[in-house]
Design a protein around this ligand. Structure first.
Ligand SMILES: NC(=O)c1ccc[n+]([C@@H]2O[C@H](COP(=O)([O-])OP(=O)(O)OC[C@H]3O[C@@H](n4cnc5c(N)ncnc54)[C@H](OP(=O)(O)O)[C@@H]3O)[C@@H](O)[C@H]2O)c1
Length: 282
């Protein structure tokens, strides 16, 4: 991976952090993205020191904010002139309905529009660096998705889990449509489920009286989930392996191609989601 530039979002914790670490270990130039400046600085120092790779840098951006995604794109371009791998990973589960600074339901804003807008902004750099790869982290939760294209922000009846499942279905639809639109460019787009992984995922929702469940959540994770290293494996595989050179528009679990939810193959739905997303990010 020497001389390759990789950008990984959500690289201050969980599987994104491990992905950034592994790519740095392979010799790539790694640009990590996080929303917390102190965590970004600490993770950058740790990865640099432990991998002995000086070409690791973290940029700060809250990816639920469209202005911050645009600022991230500008900062990246100031320093880097190529991008070989984009890993869209930053995502969250929100128990209660919140809205982003752009007034968009938070789960959709971060988990789907964050991937959609950042990818769009970086597309010309990726094309100019071809062969290049876009790897997006979805979830097996997408199998429970029921996207209502007339109410993507779930204004009528918001529930945390269905909103999360819908956003992860949007990741799959987005990737398949992106792959179709990128045909012939040398840029591939793949999407994956990392497994049920013991990370910080969903933990922050355990606030107030729900905080009582924190020790049980950790215990449950310990007993049932895989490690972040195991969870990052398919991401790193799709980002780097020669075995998947040229493979595009596919969903993966444990390094294997797998069929995603039937509706994710509906090109009409994907096109409509794409057009609505374009309008939402202006
Ligand atoms: N864990 C699982 O079992 C599981 C299963 C299936 C899919 N996934 C998917 O895997 C991806 C990574 O999740 P994880 O398990 O590694 O979770 P995690 O430990 O909570 O890490 C999430 C990362 O995203 C960052 N992030 C969250 N909100 C952000 C925002 N608004 N702007 C910028 N960065 C933000 C976090 O930053 P901070 O460090 O500041 O919090 C952190 O670096 C997500 O897309 C998730 O949907 C996870």
């Amino acid at each position: 991976m020497k001389n390759k530039v990789c950008l990984v979002t959500g690289a201050t914790a969980g599987i994104g952090e491990v992905t950034a670490f592994k790519l740095a270990q392979m010799g790539a130039t790694v640009v990590g993205v996080g929303r917390n400046p102190a965590k970004c600085a600490a993770t950058e120092s740790r990865i640099r020191a432990e991998t002995e790779n000086p070409n690791v840098e973290f940029l700060v951006a809250d990816l639920s904010s469209q202005a911050q995604i645009r600022a991230l794109d500008a900062s990246f371009r100031q320093k880097y002139h190529r991008l070989d791998v984009l890993v869209n990973n930053a995502g969250a589960f929100n128990f209660a309905r919140e809205v982003s600074v752009d007034g968009i339901e938070m789960t959709f804003a971060l988990n789907h529009l964050g991937y959609f807008l950042l990818t769009h902004l970086l597309l010309d750099v990726l094309k100019a660096s071809a062969p290049a790869r876009i790897v997006s982290v979805s979830s097996s939760a997408h199998y429970n998705g029921k996207l209502d294209l007339d109410d993507l922000e779930m204004q009528k009846n918001f529930q945390g889990w269905p909103a999360y499942a819908n956003s992860k279905l949007a990741n799959v639809l987005f990737t398949y449509e992106l792959a179709r639109r990128l045909e012939g460019t040398g840029v591939t787009a793949t999407v994956l489920h990392p497994g049920w992984v013991a990370t910080e995922f969903a933990y922050n929702n355990l606030r107030g009286w729900l905080g009582l469940f924190r020790p049980f959540y950790r215990l449950f994770q310990k007993m049932t989930a895989i490690t972040p290293e195991q969870g990052a494996d398919t991401i790193v595989y799709l980002a780097t392996s020669p075995e998947v050179e040229g493979v595009t528009g596919k969903f993966f679990v444990e390094r294997q191609e797998k069929r995603s939810l039937a509706v994710s193959y509906d090109e009409g739905v994907a096109k409509k989601l794409w057009e609505i997303s374009e309008r939402m990010v202006r």
